[in-house]
Design a binder for this molecule. Structure first.
Ligand SMILES: Nc1ncnc2c1ncn2[C@@H]1O[C@H](COP(=O)(O)OP(=O)(O)OP(=O)(O)O)[C@@H](O)[C@H]1O
Ligand SMILES: [Mg+2]
Length: 250
């Protein structure tokens, strides 16, 4: 479980304060797929970067599986990030000189996983994400949706407590976006993955179990999906219009 408690962040530029996160509180339960939406500049990436430890918070706590992951010794925090967090980036960040299989191996090699266990685990991930047939190809030789599925498989390779994804469908056409969302749903169902996804895209968010809407650095509201994604999409579109007439790409 990830608990975000009153997290605040203010950027300072040329003597002016820009409060970007104002006491953000949210909970992501194990096995939950949670999307965070909000207009451009509302603080989505900043929140993800605070959780990731890429930038520091000014106040508040982030507690993962009962452990505070913002304060502590730097090497201890680095260890937590390596083992408990999985990252999926908008531009994939696969290494071009490695095959898809080798890209999925890499975090496991760094973590010192035994070879046979690594091979078995990678085999399972390739299967879950339907990318066995491209395993020996290089990133330049596969489609955007396949790259993104490979990057989700890689993010899951060390069995993290949570996957953090910033606009994972941002650079993809609608067919590839759907493939990525299906990959998340598969990860959730087949390996019990917990996913926290930043997105502009109401269609992508409509598959989440819960959507957190940010506006001007506060949690404007939370919507829980009860029915099918299609019905939730209508609800989300209504809601985003209410939150802000413009600024939402939806
Ligand atoms: N390093 C920084 N220094 C100063 N201001 C910053 C910095 N990074 C982001 N900001 C500002 O903080 C606000 C929130 O930025 P953030 O990137 O978190 O927004 P976002 O919700 O992810 O937007 P988008 O949907 O466009 O990706 C913006 O106004 C941005 O200009
Ligand atoms: Mg962003």
């Amino acid at each position: 479980m990830l608990q975000i408690e009153k997290v605040s962040k203010t950027y300072h530029s040329k003597g002016i304060d820009y409060p970007v996160l104002k006491e953000i509180t949210a909970t992501i339960h194990d096995g939950e797929f949670v999307a965070i939406m909000g207009p451009s500049g509302s603080g989505k990436t900043t929140l993800l970067n605070v959780i990731s430890g890429f930038i520091s918070a000014d106040g508040g706590k982030v507690i993962l599986d009962g452990q505070d992951i913002l304060t502590g010794e730097e090497n201890e925090l680095a260890e937590i990030r390596q083992h408990k967090l999985g990252f999926v980036f908008q531009d994939f960040m696969l290494l071009n000189g490695l095959t898809i299989r080798e890209n999925i191996f890499l975090p496991q090699i760094i973590a010192g996983k035994p070879k046979s266990q690594m091979e078995q685990n990678t085999h399972t991930l390739l299967e879950v994400f339907g990318i066995e047939e491209i395993a020996e190809k290089y990133p330049a030789e596969v489609s955007g949706g396949q790259k993104q599925r490979a990057s989700i498989a890689r993010a899951l390779s060390n069995n993290p407590s949570i996957i953090l994804a910033d606009e994972p469908t941002g650079n993809l056409d609608s067919k590839s976006s759907t493939a990525v969302i299906e990959a998340f749903l598969n990860a959730k169902e087949k390996i019990g993955a917990t996913i926290f996804m930043v997105t502009h895209d109401a269609f992508a968010a409509s598959y989440a179990d819960k959507v957190i809407a940010l506006k001007d650095g506060i949690v404007f509201g939370e919507l829980v999906r009860h029915g099918q994604p299609r019905d939730f999409l209508d609800e989300l579109l209504d809601f985003t219009r209410k939150v802000n007439g413009d600024g939402y790409d939806a």
